[in-house]
Design a protein around this ligand. Structure first.
Ligand code: GAR
Length: 233
């Protein structure tokens, strides 16, 4: 198989339906010359690991508990455990030299000890947040939006794919799609509609992030070729 132009590392915690959307997109023209080179899960039972194995993608299980056991159960100890866990996660990802890391249903907040080495290596990290920019940061976003609609506080929610920064669910939005709220809809019905939108948006957000990476590579190549011009004059 020829070397793909773009390599993805996908981080998951659960069912992996968004991972599946990416697997399908890599196998079609939706994400051309792109391959998922590893799937990492922080939960052993995540069904996404089975999806990855079925697509012959290498998987790694990386869990916080062993790190917590090595540190005291105090706020400082927990913070040190998370920092060490995140630093090892970064090393694990960078060992594969991916183009991009995609958090697709990844339920762990990434610390600066993760973000700094990826930024230094020029590997962007993007994330799926099932809400609009600036809304319902953190877990349970769909449920909180559904409750807010019932209270008359909002009329729509949405999904965004965004760059990951230290602040939770707050980095630059790469692609956003609004989802209207419907009177009388159950939480389960809303979740179902949201997941359908997510599966399109995770692919589109990844496509746009890879396009930006491609443009950056082109620019760097152009600048590299420009260097040395005029030498010997
Ligand atoms: C997604 O549906 C998303 O709404 C939620 O986790 C689910 C994972 O589903 N939350 C986040 O992604 C928070 N970042 P999946 O494992 O089937 O892709």
């Amino acid at each position: 198989m020829s070397e793909p132009t773009y390599k993805l590392t996908v981080l998951i915690s659960g069912n992996g339906t968004n991972l599946q959307a990416l697997i399908n997109a890599c196998a079609s023209s939706a994400l051309p010359s792109t391959r998922i080179i590893r799937v990492i899960s922080n939960r052993k039972s995540a069904y996404g690991l089975t999806r990855a194995a079925a697509a012959s993608i290498p998987t790694t299980y990386h869990n916080l508990i062993p790190y917590k056991k090595q540190h005291p159960d105090t706020p400082a100890g927990i913070s040190a455990a998370r920092s060490a866990y995140d630093a090892d996660l970064a090393a694990l990802i960078l060992a594969d030299a991916p183009s991009l890391a995609v958090c697709a249903g990844w339920m762990h907040i990434l610390a600066p000890s993760f973000l700094a080495p990826l930024a230094a290596a020029g590997v962007p990290v993007i994330n799926l947040h099932p809400a609009l920019p600036g809304e319902f940061a953190g877990a349970g976003a769909i449920e909180r939006a559904w409750e807010a609609f019932r209270k008359g506080e909002i009329k729509r929610t949405g999904i965004m794919i965004h760059e990951v920064i230290a602040e939770v669910d707050a980095g630059r939005a790469i692609v956003v799609e609004e989802v209207e709220m419907r009177e009388g809809e159950t939480l389960e019905e809303l979740e179902k509609r949201m997941h359908k939108v997510e599966h399109g948006l995770i692919v589109e957000g990844t496509r746009r992030a890879l396009k930006e990476i491609g443009e950056r590579r082109e620019k760097e190549r152009g600048e590299g070729e420009g260097e040395g011009e005029g030498e010997g004059r």
